[in-house]
Design a binder for this molecule. Structure first.
Ligand code: AMP
Length: 552
């Protein structure tokens, strides 16, 4: 068996490997690391995210740079801010034992002066998104004229996002004799063009089959009616109660709609799409990473760079137009040696697309029948029973037991179970739609569920949440009384740790935005933003206190 030692890593890096608990190199590491350590060569590696590719280029780069020189020697270009931060973090961990090595991330949407200061202090490795890097080169805040190694990570995604010209321009500022290492999940013509234009006889490495998706992903499809997608999604979640999933929709509006429906139905869900500001996107991603959100509903663009391990299911709410995009979507699961499931909802008329995917991925997709309502219900009850069995016993309740036992002593075990089950679940109509199978709503949920939302509604983001001791009920009460609105005028209130969302009819838009001008909570400006088509509107920021709210 190959070991990291036999690939040629030095002692410092081997220590990091040991600390990380990586037992053996992944396929891409096995193939790439020895080449990059031994040769000054260009390289094109076809590898999906989740295959361990960051370490495949990261270890050789860390081993080859000279940490005693302060000049920038390695550049890593990545498509998104999220991925840029992830790579910087991973590289920091991989290089933790190397003295004096500085790895600096530069990306848009954050303070450029802070980033420039970090670079000025000496950064041997810079991890950057193309737009911000180009800007900093123009302002002479970063010097990449002496780099020896240049990584283009997720090259296909960078080109999909329209960074071709930026990359071209950035590369003109780098020396001709550097080594370029390009990593991409797929090889569309544009990536080929970059490879041909900027690389010299690159060594080509393919992990798995070209254009095929990772082997540890189980690809399944459900034939659904065009209007049945949401019910199908509910069924998938119900049948997999421990799901930690990402649902891909084609439009921002659909993304938002699906997330809101799930929230109304009591699931921990959130949407991520281009209408959210960068800060809102970061908050949502953070909640997802920490598993405070169970289902992330995303557009393809917003999902670029979602780099979260442990995603158990990817759901294609609709199929994308290009099969390449399907590969990206499904590659969000089945990472780091774990098993994942990629599910497609497909209408009968689109069924032929399944064949196309099978041909392209050279794998078989399994048709799965929609579970019957009874199966869904049985699965819910099984899950609930499992949860009861695993509930830790609270010792401080012991003293109350004799009294409770006495009160229930007339009941048999069977009677008692029947009563608890009836309290916990709705009565079961034998012919219900799957969407009707929701757990009886209780006050302990995190969101405002059963609301007939008007069509002309606005959805707002507010930067208060559970850390301010709010639940959805108390936040809703506060918003209603503060805005002087009626009982049902504030709805779909969803509370996360640091922020929340709520909806109102759009006739209240000005009232909501203006009311929070200068509103302070514990010395913090409360800000409310509208999350809807196009831009995010904010309530204006001013620096004086208006009044202190009576928060509990
Ligand atoms: P990447 O493809 O670089 O995004 O890596 C995906 C995940 O795999 C990361 O969480 C890494 O920490 C993990 N990983 C990378 N290399 C190995 C390895 N050799 N063994 C186990 N996990 C790994």
């Amino acid at each position: 068996m190959t070991t990291f030692k036999s690939l040629g890593l030095n002692e410092l890096l081997l220590k990091a490997v040991e600390k990380l608990g990586f037992e053996s190199p992944t396929e891409v590491q096995d193939k790439v690391i020895p080449i990059l350590l031994e040769k000054n060569t260009d390289l094109v590696a076809l590898a999906q995210t989740g295959t361990g590719k960051t370490a495949a280029f990261g270890f050789p780069m860390l081993q080859r740079i000279d940490p005693n020189k302060r000049t920038t020697q390695g550049l890593i270009l990545s498509p998104t801010r999220e991925l840029c931060l992830q790579i910087t973090n991973d590289m920091g961990i991989y290089g933790q034992g190397i003295k004096n090595v500085n790895i600096v991330a530069i990306y848009g949407g954050a303070n450029i002066t802070d980033q420039a200061n970090k670079i000025r202090r000496g950064a041997q490795i810079v991890v950057a998104t193309p737009g911000r890097l180009k800007d900093m080169i123009r302002r002479k805040l970063v010097d990449i004229s002496a780099i020896e190694y240049c990584v283009l990570d997720e090259a296909d995604e960078m080109l999909n996002m329209g960074f071709y010209e930026d990359i071209k321009s950035i590369l003109t500022h780098t020396p001709a004799n550097k080594s370029s290492w390009l990593f991409s999940a797929t090889m569309p013509p544009d990536v080929n063009k970059i490879a041909k234009k900027f690389m010299h006889n690159p060594i080509e490495i393919t992990v798995g089959t070209k254009n095929s998706s990772a082997k540890n992903i189980d690809h399944q499809y459900f034939i659904v009616g065009a209007r049945e997608r949401y019910n199908a999604l509910r069924a998938v979640i119900s049948m997999n109660p421990e799901i930690f999933g990402c649902v891909f929709c084609r439009t921002k509006i659909e993304t938002q709609k699906v997330a809101e429906k799930l929230i109304q139905d009591g699931y921990k869900a959130a949407a991520i799409h281009g209408d959210l500001s960068q800060n809102q996107r970061d908050s949502v991603m953070q909640s997802f990473r920490k598993k405070k959100i169970q289902m992330l509903i995303a557009t393809d663009v917003a999902a670029r760079g979602i780099d979260v391990d442990d995603i158990t299911h990817v759901v294609n709410y609709q199929l994308p137009d290009e099969i390449e995009i399907y590969t990206h979507r499904s590659g969000r699961t089945g990472r780091a040696g774990k098993l994942g499931t990629s599910i497609i909802f497909v209408t009968k008329s689109d069924r032929r697309k399944i064949k196309l995917i099978e041909n392209k991925l050279q794998t078989t997709l399994t048709e799965v029948q929609m579970p019957s309502p009874q199966e869904v219900f049985t699965s819910k009850i099984d899950h609930w029973v499992g949860q009861i069995k695993n509930t830790p016993v609270k010792s401080d309740l012991q003293s109350y037991l004799p009294n409770v036992n006495k009160s229930l002593e007339d009941l048999t075990k069977e009677n008692l179970i029947e009563l608890i089950l009836s309290k916990e679940f709705r009565s079961f109509d034998l012919n219900p739609k799957i969407s009707e199978f929701s757990r009886e709503s209780s006050s302990e949920g995190r969101s405002d569920r059963k609301i007939n939302a008007p069509k002309d509604k606005d959805r707002f983001f507010i930067n208060v949440g559970a850390r301010d001791k709010y639940e959805w009920t108390t936040l809703k009460d506060f918003l209603r009384s503060f805005l002087k609105l009626g009982q049902d005028d504030v709805f779909q209130v969803e509370v996360m740790k640091n922020f929340s969302f709520f909806s109102t009819h759009n006739k209240h838009r000005d009232l909501v935005l203006k009311s929070f001008d200068n509103f302070m909570l514990d010395e913090r400006k409360v800000s409310v933003e509208l999350t809807k088509k196009g831009r995010t509107f904010s309530s204006p920021q001013k620096n004086f206190k208006k009044k202190k709210p009576r928060f509990k």
